[in-house]
Ligand binder design. Structure first.
Ligand SMILES: NC(=O)c1ccc[n+]([C@@H]2O[C@H](COP(=O)([O-])OP(=O)(O)OC[C@H]3O[C@@H](n4cnc5c(N)ncnc54)[C@H](O)[C@@H]3O)[C@@H](O)[C@H]2O)c1
Length: 357
């Protein structure tokens, strides 16, 4: 059966989703809406979709709403979609605050609806191969590791970057979801966090595009170091930054009792994964798995298939809420100078054994 999908948010990330959705027959797109009707109309015209108002889309026969709005709007759009009786799949993070995330999950539970949340990059070839390697025990129990996302911020590529420096974004809420989600997928839930954070510059000047020369206020920490203690006992140091021009760290390294893994970039679906047992030379994983290139939207397709099959979906609301709490508590720990206990937990998503479509 085909489920009916409404999309809210016609901005930068919309085309990537559309490319994936067009390849699957799981979802029929009923319409596209945006707070700026002209944005929805322009995207709809170039994609052969119907532009609608948000109210009309919520009143339509859509079974599911895909939310591609900036983080500060996720709670409001999600509450409206759920109140209208629609399942809800959102870009990351689940919401701008943990409290808002809890409200969304509680409403979905009351209404017996599902919430799914990006990132879905962990369904790609790189993360699935890493997960299989860990689960096979090839490098033994993972005890330690590092994860690094460091750049000089999205103002160098995004045409409208102000939201990246507002609550709900910053390097922790914008890029943290990829790294924390991958770590939870590989290692299970986080038990506590500690760390430090800095807002290195209070303002930034947009370097390119229509908004070049405009000053952006920075209301979030832009260099965050978080020490994650997993329920398994694993200890991972995660650094996320919008203040670093260049560096030489790998995106993620995991160290086990019998060896080490050099993981691919969690922002991507594919990429090189290397491992070494003890003092052996590095080997590159060569097993063939699906989704090596940009496949944003496969988590939504997995959720649609799961609704029909009555099985749990992999980009689950419990994992998204857990990741949101880990990120918020990391900033709390930095602000207070005290370790924070994580109150939520989640199951590791089921491995992806075959192509979804
Ligand atoms: N741009 C990327 O490459 C990228 C990659 C991964 C994830 N994301 C995530 O996707 C989401 C959207 O990012 P983007 O880059 O497309 O942003 P964007 O600013 O380019 O587009 C967002 C769109 O949402 C609309 N909008 C804002 N508030 C709204 C509301 N309350 N109701 C309806 N529409 C509203 C805006 O008018 C705009 O057209 C964010 O959560 C971001 O973290 C973006």
């Amino acid at each position: 059966m085909t489920l009916a999908l409404g999309i809210i948010g016609a901005g930068n990330i919309f085309p990537a989703y559309l490319r994936t959705l067009k390849r699957s027959r799981q979802l029929r797109i009923v319409g596209l809406a945006d707070a700026q009707p002209a944005a929805a109309q322009a995207r709809a015209a170039e994609s052969g979709l119907q532009a609608m108002t948000i109210d009309a889309l919520l009143a339509s026969d859509a079974d599911l709403i895909l939310n591609l709005t900036p983080p500060l709007a996720h709670h409001d759009v999600g509450m409206k979609a759920l109140a209208a009786g629609k399942h809800f799949f959102t870009e990351k993070p689940l919401a701008a605050t943990f409290a808002q995330g809890k409200e969304l999950v509680a409403l979905a539970k009351r209404k017996k609806l599902r919430i799914g949340c990006a990132p879905d990059t962990f369904l790609g070839a790189g993360a699935q191969a890493t997960r299989a390697l860990i689960d096979a025990g090839t490098v033994g129990t993972i005890r330690h590791g590092t994860a690094h996302f460091m750049s000089h911020g999205p103002d160098h590529w995004h045409p409208n970057p102000a939201f990246f420096y507002q609550p709900g974004a910053g390097p922790m809420f914008d890029m943290g979801p990829y790294y924390v989600t991958h770590l939870v997928h590989h290692l299970g839930p986080v038990a506590s966090v500690s760390g430090t954070a800095h807002t290195t510059h209070k303002t930034r000047v947009i370097p390119f595009g229509d908004n070049a020369g405009k000053t952006i206020e920075v209301d979030v920490p832009t260099h965050v170091i978080s020490h994650l203690t997993f329920a398994s006992g694993a200890q991972i140091v995660l650094t996320v930054s919008f203040d670093v021009w260049q560096h030489g760290h790998t995106p993620m390294e995991l160290y086990g009792d019998d060896g080490s893994i050099l993981c691919h970039d969690p922002n991507l679906f594919g990429g090189s994964v290397k491992f070494a047992r003890q003092k052996d030379a590095w080997s590159r994983l060569t097993d063939k798995r699906p989704y090596t290139t940009n496949s944003r939207g496969i988590g939504l397709i997995d959720m649609a298939q799961s609704i029909e099959a009555g099985r749990p979906h992999r980009c689950s609301e419990s994992m998204a809420l857990h990741v949101l709490e880990v990120m918020e508590r990391s900033l709390d720990a930095a602000r207070t100078g005290r370790p924070q206990r994580i109150t939520t937990t989640c199951e590791r998503p089921a491995p992806l054994e075959a192509k979804l479509f």
